[in-house]
Structure formats: structure tokens, C-alpha cells
Write a protein of this length. Structure first.
Length: 256
């Protein structure tokens, strides 16, 4: 965990250098509303090099480069910049995400937001923290008491999200989206959001955040350890008390 925290912070400094020089940044489209920049690729290479140096036998899965097979059962799961659409437009809501999984289950998760200097982290069985201070998910008993983060990708039907949002509103709740799923999961862990839901997320966007939510006392839909790293997963994460209602709404909207 200490290695992952320090690495995320150093990677965040590198990403900030690109963020402060956006006019010279090379940006490409990978598909509808899916962008990648030179910063994403270079920061991921930086993270991979550090892992290869300190944990050379571990596997690596990242968003921008090919997977590396390992021999230890441990796999590092990284997103160099989650929230690239924000990043390339100068919106300071993006983060560096580093997780380490053992046999498909996250054991360490770090989400570092360079623009604010906030580092959310958790270790399996060791609690969840924000800049070293313990955090807890919301104790709210109703969706009327806060906001629910909602995500959308081109791997899911947009109509389903619209249905979900309408049902959240019908329950007296409010929806929130900042275009960084990992960051919104961190906000769930720290009690800023009641919950976060997305019909499908890739592993590098969610396994770190779901671990931190669990360690902060929250509840998640457990991903399948056999498939999550390669295929991604449904994400429903929240404080324990509102989880049943949130899951019910997601089952209706996503036709689960």
C-alpha cells in the first residue's frame, strides 16, 4: 500500500505537468466520448516502469498498454488518468488509480486526485483513509439525504441510465456525475456521495474504488474474481443502509 500511494502521487505530479500545458498536448479519440492523450500513455508507462522495477514478477493490466503476465498471483491494475475528458478540457476532476489484486480480488486500492492533493486509499482488512485519516461511507437511511453518482459508457445503453436517474429523482434523490468513476467511488467511501452506480466499468476504473468503499464500511455488488480483471463488472456501491433501495432501482433500470 505504501508503494502504491507514493507511486500514485508521483504519477500525479507527472500528469499535472501535462495538465498545465494543455495547448501542447496530443489528443486522440478512441471512440464515442472516449479520449486518450499523450499524458495518459506517458503516465501509464511511468507507473509500469516503477512496478516492473520493484515487483518484477507481478502482472500488470492498464488502460492504455498491453497486459503483462506475472507469476506471483498478484496483478497491478492501473488507470493513469481517469477522467481524461475532463483532463483534456482543463476541468480539474481527474485522478490516478492504482490497485493491486490477488487472484482477481483487490487487496490494495489508491485513488489520487492531483488537483486537490487528496489521496484515498484502502487495504483489504486494513480500513480506508483520505490523506491518512479514516473515512466512512454515509450513514444516510434515504436517497433524499444526498446525491447518487451515476456513470455512463459506450458499453451500456444510454436509455437505462435515463431510467435510473428518473427513478432516483422519484425517490426524492439527486444524481451527480463528474466524468470520473474512480473519483466518484472515492467520494462514496468518504461519505460525500450516498452511492455510485454504473452498468459496466472496466477493472482499472473500479476495483480500487470498490475496495476503498468496502473498507470504509460500505456495501458493493461483489465482482466475479474470475472475470472482473479481463471483462469488467457491474458497479453498485453505497453506504449500507441505502444499498438495498439503490440495488432495487438498478435492477429495474438495468433489467438485471
Amino acid at each position: 500500500m505504501r508503494f502504491a500511494i507514493e507511486l500514485a502521487r508521483r504519477a500525479g505530479e507527472l500528469a499535472l505537468n501535462y495538465f498545465r500545458d494543455l495547448e501542447n498536448l496530443t489528443i486522440e479519440s478512441k471512440g464515442h466520448q472516449d479520449l486518450v492523450s499523450q499524458a495518459d500513455r506517458e503516465v501509464e508507462l511511468f507507473i509500469r516502469a516503477a512496478i516492473a522495477r520493484d515487483y518484477p514478477q507481478d502482472g500488470i493490466i492498464g488502460e492504455e498498454h498491453a497486459s503483462v503476465a506475472g507469476s506471483t498471483g498478484y496483478v497491478w491494475v492501473i488507470d493513469p488518468i481517469d477522467g481524461t475528458a475532463n483532463f483534456v478540457r482543463g476541468i480539474p476532476a481527474w485522478c490516478v488509480v492504482i490497485a493491486c489484486a490477488r487472484d482477481g480480488e483487490a487487496v490494495v486500492g489508491v485513488i489520487h486526485e492531483p488537483s486537490t492533493g487528496e489521496t484515498f486509499h484502502g487495504r483489504r482488512g486494513g480500513g480506508a483513509f483520505l490523506n491518512g485519516r479514516p473515512i466512512r461511507t454515509s450513514a444516510a437511511t434515504s436517497l433524499e439525504e444526498g446525491s447518487v453518482g451515476t456513470g455512463l459508457s459506450n458499453r451500456a445503453e444510454a436509455e437505462n441510465v435515463a431510467v435510473l436517474i428518473s427513478r432516483i429523482l422519484a425517490e426524492g434523490g439527486v444524481f451527480f456525475r463528474n466524468a470520473s468513476g474512480a473519483l466518484m467511488l472515492a467520494y462514496v467511501a468518504s461519505g460525500r456521495l450516498l452511492g455510485y452506480v454504473e452498468e459496466h466499468m472496466n477493472a482499472w476504473d473500479c476495483v480500487a474504488g470498490m475496495l476503498v468503499v468496502e473498507e470504509a464500511g460500505g456495501t458493493i455488488v461483489k465482482p466475479d474474481p474470475r472475470t472482473v480483471l479481463g471483462d469488467g463488472t457491474l458497479v453498485i456501491a453505497s453506504g449500507k443502509t441505502v444499498f438495498p433501495k439503490l440495488r432495487e432501482l438498478c435492477e429495474q433500470a438495468f433489467k438485471l
